[in-house]
Design a protein around this ligand. Structure first.
Ligand code: C2E
Ligand code: MG
Ligand code: MG
Ligand code: MG
Length: 276
């Protein structure tokens, strides 16, 4: 190669490796090591039982304590983890840690605590997924009825029949199934009715704009009524203001999560919250 050609190559390389592409390429590489080095840790956000004014449980939300970049949140690496197939490993790790931590809390300070874990499509579709759950339950000794697996509508409804069977198997283990980000997918009410689910979580986007009068409020009201009619429990995520809390309480929502109460935080800080 002539020298000038090389320079052109480098210029091209610089171009494609600038900005997002370079960032994502680097992150994908680092993510491999991060799993082995235990840099991925669950934070926990408390979920409240707003009918009885008490703590209901915690949701595990993964964070990456990056040695150089600092604390990274899921938006910085979940899509990369999905694209590289690492997401299932991350989910299994979060699952084990979260169930273990929750069992510790149940045995010490919060006997009735529930724990929610997010399940990616890739993890859900793994053949051994039910075994992974069984193993985590056995290893930690946690009561399965204290465990909630959060899947999105699209996960619960892909190849409807397969998913249905898997959800049934999971429920036979005694764990609860929640549909996360409800309202953002394409599921029909008919499909939801036929799914073996225990809980619905209404997506934050509907809560954000609802002031009790507009269309989003009407949607929230309708989903809560639907959940109640189906015998599902219902959670509203993203509660940031008192008015929103008052509204969903009036609509007979069961549980709430959001910055109004607290942010996701490390286990140690949650221990203090659960003790106080
Ligand atoms: P999600 O499961 O719907 O979790 C709720 C997200 O909303 C969390 O973001 C939480 O920090 C945030 N949030 C909670 N309350 C409020 C509020 O009042 N206002 C606002 N603006 N946001 C609030 P986070 O932790 O960044 O997680 C984002 C998403 O990443 C999660 O959405 C979930 O889909 C995914 N995720 C997190 N951890 C895991 C994991 O271990 N495995 C998988 N597969 N996905 C995960
Ligand atoms: Mg969730
Ligand atoms: Mg959600
Ligand atoms: Mg959400």
């Amino acid at each position: 190669h002539a020298k000038s050609d090389n320079q052109n190559d480098y210029r091209y390389f610089d171009q494609i490796m600038s900005g997002d592409a370079y960032e994502q390429f680097t992150i994908a590489n680092e993510l491999h090591d991060a799993i082995e080095n235990d840099e991925l840790i669950p934070f926990y956000q408390i979920k409240y039982d707003i009918k009885n004014n008490k703590t209901y449980g915690v949701e595990a939300l993964v964070r990456w304590e990056h040695p150089k970049r600092g604390m990274l949140s899921p938006k910085d690496f979940i899509s990369i983890a999905e694209a590289t197939g690492l997401i299932a490993d991350i989910d299994s790790m979060v699952l084990k840690k979260a169930l273990h931590q929750a069992q510790t809390w149940r045995q010490t300070i919060a006997p009735d605590l529930h724990v929610s874990v997010n399940i990616s499509q890739q993890q859900f579709e793994q053949k051994q997924f039910t075994n992974t759950i069984t193993q985590a339950l056995n290893e930690t000794g946690i009561d399965p009825s204290a465990v909630i697996l959060e899947v999105t509508e699209s996960v619960a409804l892909t190849h409807v029949n397969d998913a249905d069977e898997k959800l049934q198997q999971l429920r036979q283990l005694g764990v609860n199934i929640a549909i996360d980000d409800f309202g953002t997918g394409y599921s029909s009410l008919h499909q939801i009715k036929s799914l073996p689910i225990d809980m619905i979580k209404i997506d934050r986007s509907f809560i954000k704009e609802s002031n009790g009068q507009d269309q989003d409020a009407a949607i929230v009201r309708t989903i809560i009524a639907l959940a109640n009619n189906l015998g599902c429990q219902v959670t509203c995520e993203g509660i940031e203001e008192n008015e929103q809390l008052t509204f969903i309480k009036n609509e007979r929502c069961d549980y709430a999560q959001g910055y109004l109460f607290n942010r996701p935080q490390p286990a140690n800080d949650v221990t203090k919250l659960l003790t106080s």
